[in-house]
Design a protein around this ligand. Structure first.
Ligand code: NAI
Ligand code: MG
Length: 356
């Protein structure tokens, strides 16, 4: 029996609504497989918790989470608590504390998913973006001098360590080799004359150990254009924290929208639990109405299954999402349907059950 302990942080707004459907899918798989067992522990952390206790999570929160095999997170942030508090005191605390230095975001246009691009075929959008998740432009390094004075100066420093740069690029090469795909590095060496020149050098250096992997290197502005014009250029993509943040939102936009975008925060050494989450936020505008699209949260479940080595199930979940999209009978309003959140989860489970 493969047994997994999952820490569930449903969080705020639509977080609990969409995670309920992801958990529904995992429970269905447990039943269908017979050899997989999930044990869920719910943690009530988030903005409500903050308003009551003055903190986003328990002081020993990371200590508590350490005991789990993975974290399944909904969304964090709600009006009434400043976004930088909810982000830094929960989400980033976990990402940094658990050294989840790989942010893995699939950008794949499933059949039936809406795409705003006119001249692009569905199979042309099929990439995995690997975003550096621990340092770079989001290291939080800098200074704010002479605040409010005429000579005011702010510094925001990008931090690119050899260890941090090498390990993310190596991770990307390993994945490209394993999947027999091309690898594209996206940087900006012409303008960022220290950090990105260094990035490009490390990319070439590490690449020497992977002569079997075909590589490309793009400037980020050109890459943004090609994401829209010729997304078929990209298979595996590796890029920095900031560029990855922006490009994956663009990626989400061309591959069905926020309701379909999933992301995994991975600690490849498995020293700490990895975290799986939909990319979208807590959507306060539709929270409590039971119309949130749970497909992104369910896609995260597919990533979680892949991570545990159950990639057959991971693929099944993705196929089931695709069937539900093609059938178009159980879709939420953001996808042009009228279904409730739970009906979408039920539909995914129905497809999985029929196949097994
Ligand atoms: P958002 O992703 O919550 O919402 C943007 C728009 O997309 C809204 O119109 C929303 O209704 C829609 N939307 C998002 N997810 C959807 C879904 N599953 N189904 C249907 N429609 C969906 O981003 P926003 O409004 O900028 O942020 C709201 C809060 O969420 C903020 O407090 C923000 O800090 C937080 N946030 C948290 C994230 C996380 O926990 N990883 C990521 C992004 C934002
Ligand atoms: Mg973002």
């Amino acid at each position: 029996m493969n047994s997994y302990k999952i820490a569930v942080i449903a969080g705020d707004g639509i977080g609990p609504e969409v995670l309920a459907e992801g958990i529904k899918v995992l429970k269905a798989i447990e039943e269908l497989d017979g050899n997989i067992h999930f044990e869920f522990t719910h943690f009530p952390w988030g903005c409500q918790y903050y308003l009551k206790h003055g903190k986003m999570m328990d002081d020993d929160g990371l200590e508590k989470l350490k005991a789990y095999d993975a974290i399944y997170l909904g969304a964090v942030g709600f009006p009434g608590v400043p976004d930088h508090i909810s982000l830094w005191d929960l989400l980033l605390k976990i990402r940094k504390g658990f050294d989840q230095y790989v942010n893995l975001r699939p950008v794949q246009l499933l059949e039936g998913a809406p795409c705003p691009l006119k001249d692009v075929k569905r199979e042309d959008i099929n990439m995995i973006v690997i975003r550096e998740n621990s340092e770079g432009e989001y290291a939080g390094a800098g200074d704010w001098l002479f605040k409010g004075k005429p000579e005011e100066v702010v510094l925001q420093t990008g931090v690119f360590s050899r260890k941090g740069t090498e390990r993310i690029i190596r991770y990307a090469f390993e994945l490209a080799r394993k999947e027999k795909k091309t690898l594209t590095s996206i940087s900006k060496g012409n303008a960022l004359n220290y950090s990105m020149v260094f990035w490009d050098e490390v990319f070439v250096e590490v690449g020497k150990q992977y002569p079997d992997v075909q590589t490309y290197s793009y400037l980020v502005d050109a890459a943004a254009m090609f994401f829209v014009k010729q997304p078929q250029r990209f298979q595996i993509v590796v890029t920095s924290n900031l560029f990855g943040d922006i490009l994956t939102d663009l990626g989400a936009a061309i591959a069905g929208g926020m309701g379909l975008a999933a992301g995994a925060n991975i600690n490849p050494e498995r020293k700490y639990p990895s975290m799986f989450e939909p990319v979208h936020g807590s959507a306060p505008d539709i929270a409590g109405k039971a119309i949130a699209n749970p497909l992104a949260a369910i896609w995260s479940v597919s990533q979680l299954l892949d991570f545990f080595g159950h990639s057959t199930w991971g693929k099944e979940v993705l196929n089931a999402i695709e069937s539900v999209l093609v059938e178009a009978k159980n879709l939420t309003p953001d996808m042009g349907g009228k279904a409730k959140t739970s009906a979408v989860g039920d539909a995914v489970v129905a497809v999985l059950s029929k196949k097994s």
